[in-house]
Write a protein that binds this ligand. Structure first.
Ligand SMILES: [Zn+2]
Ligand SMILES: [Zn+2]
Length: 270
């Protein structure tokens, strides 16, 4: 989900981090995933040199790095617009947020709490949503969504809404030129996510597909090799077709986590 947005006035990095699932199909990350993670982290660290604003939508390690892998001097003199670190947050993210804030403040970042606020940088307006639940339970905490507007173009970023499950997400992203949305974790159906919730997510993705120019659906959905089924269902009911982040970038899909057991040489159905 690490995303750089360039406008006429400003370069913004949303969620500059990457991380691997500690366990999938009972396996730790494979060597190939670890190598890919190194590549992604070094790309993120180098992009960070050249941005003015850094946004952190919540405090999971795939969205922020508390100095583990990314050099902390990258935050020096940056504007940091962050999800509220003490309100609408769960305990584990609260602890991580306080650690992250210490580090970036020491590095010389100018930090502001962003929830529900708007900021202007030249001709660019950055608008934040109110906190929305991280998926189908507030146990995982909350995230803030982001909208970046300049000269009639609108970019929106849902962060980890795992669906979307709420009308508010659809309303916030509607009208975007490009919208990046976190799809439902279909790989968790029967455990932490229900078929009914997948259906709600599908209905909301159809609404979004009809009201944004380019809809990118990625992240949690891409942990399932059958993601394409949901893409097809949305396309059937909508005037437009959603795409993956890989398609947006014009690169090949590389669903390493979904293929983890295969990477270990074990063919296995979940
Ligand atoms: Zn998350
Ligand atoms: Zn995430």
């Amino acid at each position: 989900m690490a995303t750089v947005v360039s406008t006429k006035s400003v370069r913004v990095f949303i969620d500059p981090s990457a991380a691997l699932a500690p366990v999938r199909y009972g396996f730790p990350p494979h060597e190939i995933e670890l190598r890919q993670l190194e590549n992604s982290i070094s790309k993120i660290a180098s992009e960070l040199l050249d941005v003015d604003v850094v946004i952190v939508t919540h405090y999971h390690y795939d969205h922020h790095d508390p100095g583990y892998r990314i050099p902390t001097d990258r935050y020096s003199s940056k504007f940091l617009l962050i999800k509220n670190p003490v309100e609408n947050i769960n305990i584990s993210q609260k602890i991580r947020a306080s650690k992250f804030l210490k580090i970036v403040k020491n590095a010389g970042a100018r930090v502001q709490i962003a929830d529900g606020k708007a900021f202007e940088f030249g001709s660019t307006k950055i608008v934040f949503s109110n906190p929305v639940p991280h998926g189908n339970t507030v146990k995982l905490g909350y995230v803030v969504m982001v909208r970046i507007e300049d000269s009639g173009d609108v970019f929106s970023f849902s962060s980890d809404v795992e669906g979307p499950l709420e009308d508010y997400v659809v309303r916030f992203a509607c009208g975007s030129t490009v919208s990046i949305v976190d799809g439902p974790p279909t790989y968790l159906v029967g455990r932490a996510y229900t078929q009914r919730e997948v259906q709600i997510a599908r209905e909301n993705l159809v609404k979004l597909s009809d009201c944004v120019e380019t809809l990118v659906v990625d992240h949690h959905l891409m942990r399932d090799l059958n993601y394409v089924e949901l893409f097809k269902e949305v396309s059937r009911s909508s005037t437009r077709k959603p795409i993956s982040a890989a398609e947006l970038l014009g690169v090949e899909l590389n669903l390493l986590e979904a293929r983890r057991s295969e990477l270990y040489g074990i063919s296995r159905e979940e």
